[in-house]
Design a binder for this molecule. Structure first.
Ligand code: SF4
Ligand code: SF4
Length: 90
């Protein structure tokens, strides 16, 4: 039987917005977009699990404060114009 929320155990909650968590600090590789090849299809923007890609005049711009370097954008880009580069080589 489904429980009401009042019957569920208490859990920790954040009192701050998640934007204070700078998940980009975890990153060891970063995405780099080849703007010449980019078709502005927005697929990378749609797939980024951290909402770390902003669209500026239709072009993807990576917000490195939040990009964790998972590589999903590079995997999903149909043009293969995002490459993942090691932080110590960027
Ligand atoms: S590497 Fe992952 S977190 Fe970073 S922009 Fe691409 S999809 Fe988002
Ligand atoms: S998925 Fe690739 S081609 Fe599409 S907007 Fe992103 S970088 Fe550009």
């Amino acid at each position: 039987m489904t429980k009401s929320y009042e019957e569920l155990p208490l859990t920790p909650i954040s009192t701050e917005p998640s934007t204070i968590n700078l998940t980009g600090l975890w990153r060891v590789i970063r995405p780099v977009v080849d703007k010449e090849k980019c078709k502005k299809c927005k697929i990378c923007w749609k797939f980024c699990p951290d909402a770390a890609i902003k669209l500026v005049d239709g072009e993807p711009v990576i917000d490195l404060r939040y990009c964790k370097g998972c590589g999903i954008c590079a995997f999903e880009c149909p043009q293969k114009c995002i490459i993942m580069v090691r932080e110590d080589e960027a």
